[in-house]
Write a protein that binds this ligand. Structure first.
Ligand code: NAP
Length: 336
């Protein structure tokens, strides 16, 4: 079988290698991978910006879906042919994660989904929603679940509340879709008016271009009549946090998910404590939440937004495309 690995950091160092098709141990299954989706995390990982000391080689990517092609002798819950998605942090099934769970995350440091066959413990896979294409299902384990964990596990968001999502990348577009599903009013930002028009079609109530309105927190204040939103999906990190703090209502929640606009900078924390603001870190999510999210997606017939699909041979081009920031929603790679 063929697998992508990086032995050295750099998008251009990504290479395809030949590996034996894995055999399952008694408690394992093997997935014949059908589709993979890229996360900004995968880009940071491959470029050496996530953990420059990570042991290499590693198979990249944590999002994907496959079909069960082999089952171990003790596995009762999976049948050959069923469609499955790996969990992001093997062993994390509910509650708070342990450090060991996070240290075993797939796509780095553990081998990820960008390979033709993937071996995993049977308990570390969940069933994919039936109505979704392979590419759509491939977006769920990391990007989809992160937005869900913020709004449901850490929120929870209620009908009628206001959500602010920053940008129109994978996590934020999921937050928009879930927000609409829960009956919330979603405000979204983007550096592109075309992307904002697409967000509107998905149900965003208010759209703000952060390039033409760099003081976008003032527009949020206007929209919310100075009250502030209830929830912020914060993917910018230190480059946007201060404006997010100004955008949230007293007692509201900021879900700190990404650091697209910087990891460190001086920030005035006074309004956080003076206004009871909750800044909540979010790391993907556990298996129970993953299954619950999939049930909700199935019930509502929700479809993740796939911007573009690359072939297996075009993995590097797919990473370059993600790096360009031209996408709206998710970038996928078809594996077979
Ligand atoms: N904590 C976790 O568990 C977790 C899980 C997944 C992802 N993440 C992190 O979350 C972040 C987003 O990940 P992703 O996979 O959704 O990324 P992505 O799909 O690559 O999204 C990138 C988009 O973010 C927007 N953006 C960039 N800089 C921005 C800024 N300064 N202000 C507002 N929006 C900005 C841009 O949207 P426009 O083009 O519309 O402007 C850009 O296209 C990354 O930092 C990633 O590492 C964390």
């Amino acid at each position: 079988m063929q697998a992508y690995i990086f032995e050295k950091f750099g998008r251009e160092k990504l290479k395809m290698v030949e590996r034996p098709v894995p055999e399952p141990a008694s408690d394992e299954i093997v997935l014949k991978m059908k589709a993979v989706s890229l996360n900004f995390r995968d880009l940071l990982m491959v470029e050496g910006n996530y953990n420059p000391r990570m042991k290499l080689p590693v198979v990249p990517c944590s999002d994907g879906v496959g079909v069960v092609s082999a089952v171990g002798s003790n596995v009762k819950d999976w049948k050959i042919g069923e469609r499955a998605m790996p969990v992001f942090a093997p062993g994390w099934y509910d509650g708070d994660p342990e450090r060991t769970h996070l240290r075993g995350a797939i796509g780095g440091p553990a081998d990820g989904t960008l390979q033709q066959y993937m071996r995993l413990k049977a308990v570390d896979a969940v069933k994919a929603p039936e109505h979704l294409t392979d590419e759509e299902a491939a977006t769920l384990p990391c990007a989809g679940l992160t937005a869900w964990s913020a709004l449901v596990e850490k929120g929870p968001v209620k009908a009628g509340e206001q959500i602010l999502a920053l940008g129109t990348g994978g996590v934020s577009v999921f937050a928009l879709q879930f927000g609409v599903m829960f009956g919330a009013e979603v405000v979204i930002t983007s550096g592109s008016d075309d992307k904002l028009a697409r967000a509107k079609e998905l149900g965003a109530r208010h759209c703000i271009n952060y390039k033409t309105q760099p003081n976008w927190e003032k527009e949020v204040a206007r929209i919310t009549r100075l009250r502030g939103v209830d929830h912020v999906i914060e993917v910018g990190g230190m480059g946007t946090l201060e404006r997010s703090v100004k955008s949230v209502r007293p007692g509201g929640s900021i879900y700190l998910i990404g650091v697209l606009a910087g990891r460190s900078a001086p920030v005035d924390l006074t309004p956080v404590l003076m206004q009871n603001i909750r800044i909540q870190g979010v790391v993907v999510g556990h298996r129970r939440a993953f299954n619950e999210m999939n049930r909700a997606i199935e019930l509502h017939g929700m479809r993740p937004v796939v911007d573009r699909v690359f072939s297996f041979g075009e993995a590097q081009a797919a990473f370059d495309y993600l790096r360009s920031g031209s996408h709206f929603g998710k970038v996928c790679i078809r594996v077979d």
